[in-house]
Design a protein around this ligand. Structure first.
Ligand code: SF4
Length: 605
């Protein structure tokens, strides 16, 4: 499932290519997502670097007898899938309230097991990425939202807030009502997988759930006209919409909204006395280019009744191979940084670029450490000033490949560093995913910087076609969070923020343009930093580990710090004590060789 898509999902992308009303950028994103599907269908690189949480929604017939270890057996299947393929382990298990460890199996899976009449064992498998899951929202509304105008206004606002960080075009699901908040959100999830497509289309006195197709059309029309498009402006923010209306308690009105992202990964399975039956996913995405425009349009209209484009107007689909190559501005990243900026300044936001040359890859912890270096020396390493920075972290590397799937991560987490880094000559060209906050736009205007958005959802093609070499450059001990140097060719991106104070996403900005406080919080960096310093993984920082983890910290000073903060008398600092130390003296976050901070810390009561 991490390699193949449903045919209907791929046809939705083809429909964009054939729609004269789709923007050039819509078509570009659709083209790249289709290429990505072709690469992932080779079965080596997963379609996205976030290979997700495995979710299984199962109904076991009353007449089916098993050995009563169903959850265990399903979990074993999930384990085998992640252990035997180039998939990323994303699940972390809490050890204490604030300390977590990666389970390194991608277990546990979310398994819902229900009973049903008959002798079939039916399952829906879902692979859900974190970014996509984070877009699920519950609103505890009241009856006041249940009228045309109020509902339209509410949906319009929330659609804008969805933003592009979860890699549109989205399959949107909305559930209105529900006997509980949990029932509502479960409906959202299953509806986004098209699980409830055959619901009736009207309500009943018995309180049956139904699909409101008229509302689906209204919401789709709304989204088509918002202008966000498939990530960089246009018509295709959404592929399609499902609206499910549910009964509710008169005093409650939960409304749930969720999406399935460009990594739209689901599959139905049925087991009965005749065998095991899998939903047929599309193993040969290239074959869809053989379909003509009318066939695609017909398939699309079944999916999307609001396809207001006349199929006769559609450009004839290609009969084979890739769609027509679209124009990019080619940017040579091996030029000096000032020269790169001189080229970029000639183009407006929303311009599509193809990047070739060297990039530095750095994300959360590396940024925190570089920030510490600035505090200490007022300067950044040359590599950070001479090259653009790409916010990313790769999945497992398959044998013979330069890297695993290597898509961009959400850039907003790096926003707090941008102004100081640019003042020191770094982060002058940044590449990542999603929108930035106003501080980034202001810094780029002040210091002459740029932010380029790389399309999300196409990690496999980036790795297979664009990333030519990967080497660790700095902070190797951070593993995947290390600073990497990579060479890219024709790496796709768009100018999102320029050096004149323009921000492409500003025209769609809502609260979403502001980085949420928890994203800015340094607590995650601190937790991850603790893990990297704790070399023997005993959840305790001994003086020798502190010496290795911090620049210029002597064994004597480390011992003194441990004596001061080892409140439980463990002979080292456990996570709680480490956090106490961090919170007591914020400088520890920045204390990577900063003498003043060290003295202050040692002197603290
Ligand atoms: S396509 Fe985007 S939102 Fe979906 S799983 Fe991948 S990174 Fe996350």
């Amino acid at each position: 499932m991490n390699h193949y898509f449903r045919r209907s999902h791929l046809l939705s992308l083809h429909r964009i290519l054939n729609d004269p009303a789709a923007s050039d950028n819509d078509k570009y994103v659709a083209t790249e997502l289709l290429k990505n599907a072709e690469v992932s269908a080779e079965g080596i690189l997963p379609s996205c670097q976030d290979t997700g949480t495995a979710t299984v929604f199962a109904k076991r017939g009353y007449n089916i007898i098993t050995n009563q270890t169903d959850e265990k057996d399903i979990s074993l299947g999930v384990y085998n899938a992640y252990a035997n393929n180039n998939l990323r382990y994303s699940q972390v298990a809490p050890q204490t309230m604030f300390n977590e460890k990666n389970t390194k199996t991608n277990l546990p899976a979310q398994i819902d097991l229900l009973a049903a009449p008959g002798a079939n064992y039916k399952m829906l498998y879902i692979v859900k990425g974190g970014g996509s899951a984070n877009k699920t929202q519950l609103f505890q509304k009241t009856k006041a939202v249940l009228n045309e105008n109020a509902f339209a206004e509410f949906i319009q606002t929330e659609l804008m807030k969805l933003g592009t960080a979860a890699c549109p075009p989205y399959h949107l699901a909305v559930a209105v009502g529900g006997l509980s908040a949990e029932a509502n959100l479960k409906t959202v999830k299953l509806a986004s997988c098209k699980y409830y497509d055959t619901l009736p289309e009207s309500g009943s006195m018995g309180g049956r759930a139904f699909r409101d197709r008229a509302m689906e059309e209204k919401i789709l029309y709304m989204a088509r006209n918002m202008g966000i498009g498939a990530q960089f402006g246009g018509k295709y923010f959404l592929h399609d919409v499902r609206v499910v209306r549910l009964p509710r308690h008169g005093a409650s009105c939960p409304v749930g909204i969720g999406v399935s992202c460009s990594a739209d990964r689901q599959m139905k399975v049925k087991i009965n006395k005749d065998g095991v039956f899998y939903e047929r996913l599309e193993y040969n995405p290239k074959s869809l280019y053989k379909l003509d425009a009318t066939a695609i349009a017909e398939a699309a209209i079944m999916e999307d009744p609001v396809n207001e484009v006349d199929p006769k107007l559609m450009v004839k689909a290609k009969t084979s191979g890739e769609p027509e190559k679209m124009k990019n501005v080619e940017i040579n990243l091996d030029l000096p940084m000032d020269e790169i900026r001189k080229v970029l300044t000639n183009y407006p936001v929303k311009t599509r670029v193809a990047l070739t040359g060297t990039m530095i890859v750095a994300r959360d912890i590396a940024h925190a450490r570089l920030y510490g270096r600035i505090q200490k020396s007022g300067d950044l390493p040359d590599y950070f000033k001479n090259h653009p920075v790409y916010y990313a972290g790769p999945a497992k590397t398959p044998a013979g490949y330069p890297s695993g799937s290597f898509g961009p991560t959400t850039s907003g987490r790096m926003d707090p560093y941008v102004a100081e880094f640019q003042a020191a000559g770094g982060s002058m060209v940044m590449i990542g995913k999603g929108n930035r906050s106003a501080v980034v736009t202001e810094a780029c205007e002040k210091y002459g910087g740029f932010y380029l958005g790389s399309p999300g959802g196409m990690a496999a093609t980036l790795s297979a076609n664009c990333i030519k070499s990967v080497e660790v450059l700095d902070m190797e001990e951070l593993g995947m969070e290390a600073v990497w140097k990579i060479r890219v060719e024709n790496f796709p991106a768009f100018i999102i923020v320029d050096d004149k104070g323009n921000d492409f996403f500003k025209e769609f900005s809502t609260d979403d343009a502001t980085v949420p406080p928890e994203v800015n919080s340094s607590i995650y960096s601190v937790l991850e930093f603790f893990e990297t310093v704790d070399k023997n993984h005993d959840q305790m920082l001994e003086p020798s580990e502190l010496v290795d983890g911090f620049t210029n910290l002597s064994l004597q000073d480390a011992t003194q710090l441990v004596l001061k903060y080892d409140l439980g008398g463990f002979g080292g600092l456990n996570l709680d004590e480490f956090l106490t130390m961090v919170m007591k003296e914020e400088e520890i976050v920045l204390y990577v060789g900063d003498e003043t901070a060290k003295q202050k810390l040692l002197a603290a009561d």
